[in-house]
Design a protein around this ligand. Structure first.
Ligand code: AMP
Length: 213
């Protein structure tokens, strides 16, 4: 079964998906991470997607469907798959439902965070290019500037966390992804969860909602 994590950029989907995968054994697919890997490898998909991602716009739906379909077709039917960053528009939500024979969407969990808080989080976010650990310029910076505490990799700002791209990404969320929330309200799998509060408290709430089904 599929559990979709929906939230604006900076809402904490990735952090929570990582916690749920590590502690509860769920499988996770972050479409943003998958695309960034393609960019790094310089594949055809990566070459197409790189510039679009830097601007903060959406990569074409057919590219995403290919990535998601491959992931759903691998592994076991009994797996719980967390989708982080997909679907991001109505066409993607419908395409995902088209794959229900392989895995059906059992929950769409909306991590809700206010826009001012999102801007604060994103504009200060720093990421390790090697292991993906995240830091924040104020309060949670790495011990040594530019170096990951966990793996020693390089820590820097994501190109799409610069102010111009952040504004585009938040607008894309309002315009394209908000309708997906209504879609899941109609199909009856929608749940709102506040994304403001401690990481642990949010994790506990998400875990409970997923387990309750
Ligand atoms: P994320 O790491 O989830 O913030 O995604 C980073 C970027 O990857 C987004 O701003 C988009 O350019 C692209 N991306 C990720 N997921 C999708 C998706 N489902 N549809 C279109 N583009 C996506």
């Amino acid at each position: 079964m599929i559990v979709v994590l929906i939230g604006a950029p900076g809402a904490g989907k990735g952090t929570q998906a990582d916690l749920l995968a590590a502690r509860d054994g769920y499988r996770k697919l972050s479409t943003g991470d998958a695309l960034r890997r393609q960019v790094k490898l310089g594949t055809e998909i990566g070459r197409k997607a790189g510039a679009i991602m830097e601007r903060g716009e959406l990569v074409p739906d057919d590219v995403l469907l290919g990535i998601v379909k491959a992931e759903l077709e691998s592994g076991s039917r009994d797996d719980v798959i967390l989708l982080d960053g997909y679907p991001r528009n109505l066409a993607q939500a419908e395409a995902l439902d088209g794959l229900r024979q392989i895995h059906a969407v059992k929950g769409a969990l909306h991590l809700d965070v206010e826009r001012t808080e999102l801007i604060e989080r994103l504009s200060g976010r720093l990421v390790c290019s090697q292991c993906g650990a995240t830091y924040h310029k104020s309060g949670a910076a790495p011990k040594k500037a530019g170096v990951c505490d966990r793996c020693g990799g390089g820590v820097s700002q994501r190109a799409d966390d610069r102010a111009e791209s952040v504004a585009v990404r938040l607008d894309v969320f309002e315009k394209n992804t908000k309708p997906v929330l209504d879609y899941y309200k109609r199909t009856g799998v929608y749940r709102r969860i506040s994304g403001q509060g401690s990481q642990e408290a949010i994790y506990t709430e998400l875990r409970k909602v997923i387990k309750e089904g």
